[in-house]
Structures are given as structure tokens and as C-alpha cells.
Design a protein around this ligand. Structure first.
Ligand SMILES: Cc1cc2nc3c(=O)[nH]c(=O)nc-3n(C[C@H](O)[C@H](O)[C@H](O)COP(=O)(O)O)c2cc1C
Length: 339
């Protein structure tokens, strides 16, 4: 969970409790990622993963109409809008080199399919490679690139959709599959192990995706209220209040992402162009100013559809609870069918 919520402390607590914690490398330089890996390793020897962003190379386009639209919003928060950088590659080559030089157990990708050569470089140093997919077609491409396993993300998921290409004419950037439908369809196109993500917040949800053929479940939103997470106070408050719907929007970043609906989304989602990470760069000072003022109405409050059920618990307690709930749900389901 790039942008603050993921911390080495959260990843270490998850890995220590028997999960697989992830460090979010998105938006970080290679140097900052290296420091986070060091920090994680000081906390635990347990295995962990690093998540990388792909998807550079959006064709340059005129964003001035959207920038003009956001100007009064920036003034409202005393912020100056950022400048779009069309050459931004999220430091991908440098971070890949770092991970090849200092291997970690698992690397996952989102926003695209890495080159087969990049996958091979990581595997050659003993790293398992996961690729996030949202459709059967993406699953076929990721399988051909040599992934060890796929993260299947349903439309319920909080945060950005991992779709390889953002199609401007579709609100979700591509076809929107619910998690169980995606799992079933993708299992028909690949033999790779599948990890299910999207809207899983209770152990019974994990039981459901394991029964549906996934080998593991990936949860994001469920951990946002953990004390180890770096979630902003205003976002914690909005999550706890549980009085907002979630929706997909390009308004903050130029790529579809699911978050709690607020004024900024209401006013700008319909006009927001597909231009990632340029819209992210333009809105960054505005979002930071809103966060500083503890105003949730212009912050990106990324969260999945079931966020209202995410408990405020230390990560280890949350994992223990999810595990117990999952075992219980599987037993009950087995009994229900008379086995
Ligand atoms: C606050 C937040 C930040 C996220 N950041 C990332 C990210 O940096 N990289 C990534 O691959 N997925 C990211 N995701 C998506 C998750 O990987 C995952 O698909 C999602 O959390 C699953 O749905 P759930 O949030 O309902 O559990 C993020 C999700 C949230 C809620």
C-alpha cells in the first residue's frame, strides 16, 4: 500500500504473525526502498515481498483543462499544483537493479506486465515473481512472461486497479470482474497458483477464495487501521465513521482507483483524464495540504468495498482472528454439505 499506509513495521508484524508482509516500493527511489528493506530486516528474519509499479509511458496529452478545473481547489487549500513529468518511470530500472543485487523472497508487480527478461533476472537470484492481473487476457500475458504466481484483483479492491492498460472510455479502465468470477475465469486460462485480492476483510472471505481455488488471499484495507500502518489520521477517522460509499475514480491520480467518496471525487471524477502518474503529480501538493489540514474531502482515501468492517487491531491480532475465522468457516461449510 504505497503512499504511506505500508510501513516496514506493518510488513514485519504481518510476516512475524505468519502472513507475507509487503513493502510498497511505489513512489520511492531505489535508495528509499533500500532503507525500508534494511529497516524490515532489523525487525525480523521472516520472509516478505516488495511491490513494484510498472506502467510508465502514457502518451503525452494536454491536461490544461483539468489543471484549470483544479486551480480553485488548490487555492482553497493554499497549495500550488504540481507539474506533470512525462518521463517519470517511478525509478523502476534502479529499483529492479537493487532487487537483483540485494535479493528479497518475493517481488510483485502492478500496473502492467514486466518484460520476461526482468522476470528472469529476479528468478535467477532466487526471487519469486507475482504479477497482478484483473482479466483472463492479462493473466495469459503474465503467464507468458514467466510469473511464478498471479495476484487476481477483483473490482471490490481498495486502491488502484492493477489493469495493464487504462482505457479512458471505461470508468474502471477495463472490464470489471468481481473476485470470484475473475478467479474462476482465470483458472481456466493458466495453471499458475492464484492469490485472491479484493474486498476480503473476514476469515470467512478468505475461506471463500480458498474454496474457489486460490492458494492464498491478499488483504489491503483490512490492515489500514492497524497501529503499525502509516494511514493518515483523517483517513483513519473516515474509515472508522464508516458512513461513506466507495467508488472508482481517476480524479486524484489519472488511473482508476477505489476510495471513500468525498467532495473532490464528486466534483472531479467525471472530468478526470487518463494520465498516470501525471495527474498524481499535479494533485500531490493539494492532497498533502488537505491532509495537513485534516480535511478528508480532498484526500485520496483509498479503501475497498468492505472497509466498514476493518477492525482497529494490531496486525498480529488481526491475522490470528482471520485465521480462526477462516478455519471456522471452512468447517461449517464442510458440515453444511454433509461431509
Ligand atoms: C491504501 C491502499 C493502497 C494500495 N497500494 C497498492 C500498491 O502500492 N501496490 C499494489 O499493487 N496494490 C496496492 N493496493 C491494492 C492492493 O494490492 C489490493 O489489491 C487491495 O488492497 C485488495 O482489496 P482490499 O483493499 O479490499 O483488501 C492498495 C490498496 C489500498 C487500500
Amino acid at each position: 500500500m504505497a503512499g504511506g499506509p505500508s510501513t516496514p513495521a506493518l510488513a514485519a508484524a504481518v510476516s512475524d504473525a505468519g502472513g507475507l508482509g509487503f513493502l510498497a516500493a511505489g513512489y520511492l527511489t531505489a535508495e528509499a526502498l533500500g532503507s525500508q528493506i534494511d529497516e524490515f530486516r532489523k525487525l525480523t528474519d521472516a520472509p516478505f515481498g516488495v511491490n513494484l509499479f510498472l506502467g510508465a509511458g502514457t502518451p503525452e496529452r494536454d491536461l490544461s483543462a483539468y489543471v484549470r478545473r483544479l486551480q480553485p481547489e488548490a487555492e482553497r487549500y493554499g497549495a500550488t499544483l504540481g507539474t506533470p513529468d512525462w518521463a517519470d518511470d517511478d525509478h523502476y530500472p534502479a529499483k529492479l537493479d537493487l532487487l537483483v543485487g540485494r535479493p528479497v523472497p518475493v517481488v510483485s508487480f502492478t500496473f502492467g506486465c514486466p518484460a520476461a527478461e526482468d522476470v528472469r533476472r529476479l528468478q535467477a537470484v532466487g526471487t519469486e515473481v507475482l504479477i497482478t492481473v484483473t482479466t483472463p487476457a492479462e493473466a495469459a500475458t503474465a503467464t507468458a512472461a514467466g510469473a511464478d504466481a498471479l495476484v487476481v484483483q477483483g473490482f471490490e479492491a481498495g486502491g488502484h486497479r492493477g489493469a495493464f492498460i487504462d482505457q479512458q472510455d471505461l470508468p474502471g479502465g477495463g472490464p470489471l470482474y468481481g473476485l470470484l468470477a475473475a478467479l474462476r475465469l482465470i483458472a481456466g486460462t493458466t495453471d499458475l497458483p492464484l492469490i485472491a485480492a479484493g474486498g476480503l476483510v473476514h476469515g470467512a472471505d478468505i475461506a471463500a477464495v480458498l474454496a474457489g481455488g486460490a492458494v492464498a488471499a491478499q488483504l489491503g484495507t483490512a490492515f489500514l487501521r492497524c497501529p503499525e500502518a502509516g494511514t493518515q489520521p483523517a483517513q483513519r477517522k473516515a474509515l472508522a465513521a464508516a458512513d461513506r460509499d466507495t467508488d472508482l475514480t481517476r480524479a486524484f491520480s489519472g488511473r482508476p482507483a477505489r476510495g471513500l467518496v468525498n467532495r473532490f471525487m464528486d466534483e472531479n471524477s467525471a472530468e478526470a483524464p487518463s494520465a498516470y502518474p501525471q495527474i498524481h503529480q499535479i494533485t500531490r501538493p493539494l492532497r498533502a495540504a488537505a491532509a495537513k489540514q485534516q480535511d478528508p474531502e480532498a484526500m485520496s482515501l483509498w479503501a475497498g468495498q468492505t472497509y466498514s468492517l476493518a477492525p482497529e487491531l494490531p496486525a498480529a491480532e488481526l491475522i490470528a482472528r482471520l485465521t480462526a475465522e477462516c478455519g471456522d468457516a471452512l468447517l461449517k461449510a464442510t458440515r453444511r454439505i454433509g461431509m
